[in-house]
Design a protein around this ligand. Sequence first.
Ligand code: 4G4
Length: 261
Amino acid sequence: MTGIEKSHGVRQMKFSILTIFPEMIQAFLAHGIIRLAVEREQISISSVNIRDFAQGRHRVTDDRPYGGGCGMVMKPEPLFDAVQWTKKESPESKTILLSPQGRLFDQKLARELAAANGLILICGRYEGVDERICNHLIDDEISIGDYIMTGGELAAMIIIDAVTRLIPGILGGEESAEKDSFENGLLEHAHYTRPGNFNGDEVPDVLLSGNHKKIEDWRLESSLMRTLMKRPDLLQKKSLTGHEIEILKKWCRNIEDIIRS
Ligand code: 4G4
């Protein structure tokens, strides 16, 4: 994208990743939609090496825990200085610590983050980060799920990936984010491409019919049934439309007919 296009109101989302392993991020930037978004200057992703802010010949970023115990803790000073420096570079950004103790990340939180001007994502290593970092520098603490990883880098990439595809203009109209799973509270309908017969398994006739109304109905029905089978919890949470309730009732009647016969 040229400077002229950018000055016509297209804003750029700025991601900064604070890590002691900036090389981990490179492969993520080099492919697919993320790479395109960087090339078009719709997003920028910069890594900040926490070790560059560490002191002494060995540039140590960890230390033994007060109170004893095994493992090491990320020292506060280098991380503090790295965050302060990044905040000066990007004063509009929101500062987030990736940690197992954070708010659980989901599509709704991804939408919330997509509205920010920029994100500073802090990746902890070792057994965790000094508590005084969490208290003073962080706007939010986010977890990508209830499991422990050796560092926050993968969590940062997951968040950047999910947030980037929600930024207006990133996805083409065909693959636009409004049609996604979770945006309407349902899983996606089944997808098919050529060949029409794969190992004896046929594509449903309706998808070849060219009847757009029937195809839309089939897709909604596919969405509803897949959600019922795979993620009934989503269906319970969602407020169903009249049309959706009719489709579920039709399936209920079919099942009752089978039981009776
Ligand atoms: C901060 C505190 C995120 C960061 C402790 C990070 C899982 C997640 C880390 C740690 C992470 C998640 C070493 C436990 C790095 N693990 N679920 N590890 N630990 O989002």
